[in-house]
Write a protein that binds this ligand. Structure first.
Ligand SMILES: Nc1ncnc2c1ncn2[C@@H]1O[C@H](COP(=O)(O)OP(=O)(O)OP(=O)(O)O)[C@@H](O)[C@H]1O
Ligand SMILES: [Mg+2]
Length: 149
């Protein structure tokens, strides 16, 4: 038995999140830890708060289901391409505000570490670190390992 029992790995499909996942897998292999991969399907605010122009074509439920379906495909492919043989893992796909959902899961069970990317998909390089990682670092109940892309 080892000290690192559970690791939470937020995945958005970006190169940085892949690096983070690889790092988490290597930690898990050495420590026999369990990994929870989580992907948050972000629903644009317009849809969330119901702009009528969008509502005519698609209901909120359709949009949520569609977003969830796309992100599930993304993470399944992502995990297929990751060397996770022998790793004890679970996969969660939720809909919502990424940092909020990640923190919610982090607070629901006891994780030893969160391992995530420094950046995600954003092309905005004004900031040294992405906003999701920034918010998770500041509010996480456990240490956060930030992996560079
Ligand atoms: N929707 C998401 N679901 C799960 N993990 C996410 C999600 N978005 C970001 N992450 C995690 O956060 C890391 C950093 O992404 P973040 O979104 O903070 O940066 P960014 O996309 O470069 O900038 P921003 O989104 O603030 O414009 C990713 O590598 C991934 O680990
Ligand atoms: Mg992002």
């Amino acid at each position: 038995m080892s000290d690192i029992k559970k690791i939470l790995v937020p995945i958005d499909g970006s190169a940085a999140s892949r690096k983070a996942a690889e790092r988490a897998v290597s930690i898990a292999k050495k420590n026999d830890s369990e990994i929870t991969f989580v992907t948050v399907a972000a629903v644009p605010d317009l849809y969330r708060y119901g702009d009528m122009r969008f509502r005519v074509e698609k209901s909120y439920g359709d949009i949520v289901n569609n977003a969830k379906e796309l992100e599930t495909k993304m993470i399944d492919k992502f995990l297929d391409e990751l060397n996770i043989e022998g790793i004890n893992f679970e996969k969660i796909v939720v809909v919502g505000e990424p940092y909020e959902e990640i923190l919610k899961i982090a607070n629901e069970s006891k994780y030893d570490y969160i391992v995530m990317g420094r950046r995600g998909y954003s092309k905005i390089t004004r900031f040294f670190i992405g906003s999701v990682t920034q918010r998770v670092i500041s509010e996480a109940p456990c240490p956060v390992i930030v992996v560079k892309e």
